[in-house]
Design a protein around this ligand. Structure first.
Ligand SMILES: CC(=O)N[C@H]1[C@@H](OP(=O)(O)OP(=O)(O)OC[C@H]2O[C@@H](n3ccc(=O)[nH]c3=O)[C@H](O)[C@@H]2O)O[C@H](CO)[C@@H](O)[C@@H]1O
Ligand SMILES: C=C(OP(=O)(O)O)C(=O)O
Length: 434
């Protein structure tokens, strides 16, 4: 498996354009199964997870025509439903989390769906209850094969209903919205996830003929329709990549402009980095992070130490906590990082400690970071990327560290960050894929 070799300590400079959003792409690509008409999607990121989902669609006999590098047209007019029962489907779909969202459209349009034990990051327990129980409320029956963790869902026809979700699951809400769009009658989803990518999905479905209201809130009303038609859709820039670049600029004392960020869809992401003392200028729809010798962590208004924690949108996304943590290691001051949603996402701090960072892992959910205030730099080491966001955090640490670092298992990074080595080289980074 490939590795990155990084010689750290270099200041970077220039402009970087964020890729299309990974987690939006996984929802939008699943939605092409809802219609037999053509759906054209632009700003598709060229990353492992998204390419795998496109391959799965092709394996299901969806016609895919790449019109440009990041644009493709999809037509699901002759779907091979039997493929979903094959070992090949189990194997491939089990390699990414996003494949669970094939179930909603399949159930709605073809009355049957199979959900394999989903892949994605091993960052803690990732149950599917919200998905399955909501499908059940819409009138589906499920069998669970405990041997291989496979759910088989069937329905004689989905019927709209009221449901209060157990938790505002992102992929769970997307799944139910897609299923309810073609159900008979009205579905009301309370405690729905409402992040920008879900808003994008709802807007796209409405353009296809769906009747979804409440978009952007946690109360969605979906009047089922008989049929959906084709449309065109453009993916938002990836907010997790944008946050990663803000953190990277600060950590490496670099002057970087992140272009076309869609500021209105970033929620409180910029503010959380500002709480670490990172300066940024908002110029049109760009974020300019100026080179900063030192950034100082702010305290709460009453003088108490800062805590940064995750919450469902519009709270702070859990996917940026690892980045915030690594950036805090060189700040002046201290911060408690509280990862509430996932219980195995902070263990990578042992690598940062080995590099010289001052971190106390209080328990699997909380890490106290005492910033070094640039008194001395991190040291380059050899390490393995455990998950996508820890992987990028280690990469950021390596870019700021003195000497050479090697990061193994970079498939974990490639599954969510497009051509990352080349894009960082363009900013002046010394990074090599070996
Ligand atoms: C492909 C995709 O889109 N993946 C994202 C999606 O995953 P995914 O949709 O799988 O994540 P969920 O929203 O279902 O939940 C994530 C985890 O948080 C827990 N949970 C969730 C809500 C809550 O209020 N309390 C709580 O503890 C869940 O039990 C689960 O363990 O959303 C996650 C949460 O933003 C992100 O980390 C993932 O990158
Ligand atoms: C956890 C993530 O992805 P996935 O849900 O695909 O594992 C992520 O994008 O940070």
């Amino acid at each position: 498996m490939a590795s990155f070799e990084v010689i750290g300590g270099k200041k970077l400079q220039g402009e970087i354009i964020p890729q299309g959003a990974k987690n939006e792409a996984l929802q939008i690509l699943s939605a092409v199964l809802l219609t037999s008409e053509k759906v054209t999607i632009a700003n598709i990121p060229d990353i492992i997870d998204v390419n795998l989902l496109i391959e799965l669609l092709q394996d299901m006999n969806v016609k895919v025509e790449r019109t440009e590098r990041h644009t493709a047209t999809f037509q699901a007019d002759d779907v091979n439903v039997d493929y979903l029962q094959s070992d090949a489907f189990k194997k491939k779909s089990g390699r990414l989390r996003g494949s669970v969202m094939l179930a909603g459209p399949m159930l709605a349009r073809f009355k049957t769906a199979f959900i394999p034990k989903p892949g994605g990051d091993k960052i803690g327990r990732r149950r599917l209850d919200t998905h399955i129980l909501s499908f059940e409320k819409l009138g589906a029956h499920f069998d669970y094969e405990s041997g291989d963790g496979f759910f088989h869902l069937q329905t004689s026809g989905l019927k709209g209903t009221y449901m209060l979700l157990d938790e505002p699951s992102v992929t769970g809400t997307a799944n139910v919205v897609m299923a309810a769009a073609l159900a008979e009658g009205t579905t009301t989803i309370y405690n729905a996830a409402c992040e920008p990518y879900l808003q994008q999905l709802c807007k796209m479905l409405n353009r296809m003929g769906a009747r979804i209201s409440g978009v952007g809130s946690n109360l969605l009303t979906i009047e089922g329709v008989e049929k959906l038609g084709g449309t065109e859709h453009r993916m938002l820039p990836d907010m997790i990549e944008i946050g990663s670049f803000i953190g990277m600029a600060a950590m490496t004392q670099s002057d970087i402009t992140i272009k076309n960020v869609s500021l209105e869809n970033l929620g409180i992401i910029p503010e959380k980095f500002q709480q670490l003392g990172i300066k940024m200028n908002f110029v049109g729809d760009d974020i300019h992070v100026p080179a900063q010798d030192l950034y100082e962590i702010q305290s709460f208004l009453d003088g108490g130490s800062l805590t940064i924690y995750d919450n469902p949108w519009p709270g702070f996304t859990p996917d940026l906590l690892s980045i915030v943590l690594v950036v805090a290691t060189q700040a002046k001051g201290s911060v408690l990082i509280h990862q509430k949603m996932f219980e195995s996402r902070l263990f990578f701090v042992d690598k940062l400690i080995e590099m010289g960072a001052n971190i106390i892992l209080c328990d699997p959910h909380r890490a106290a970071v005492v910033g070094l205030g640039r008194k001395y730099p991190l040291r380059g080491i050899s390490m393995t990327s455990p998950d996508i966001r820890a992987g990028v955090s280690l990469l950021i640490a390596a870019l700021s560290a003195e000497g050479k670092s090697t990061i193994q298992n970079i498939d974990q990074i490639d599954r969510g960050y497009q051509y990352i080595d080349q894009r960082l080289q363009a900013l002046g980074a010394d990074i090599k894929r070996v």
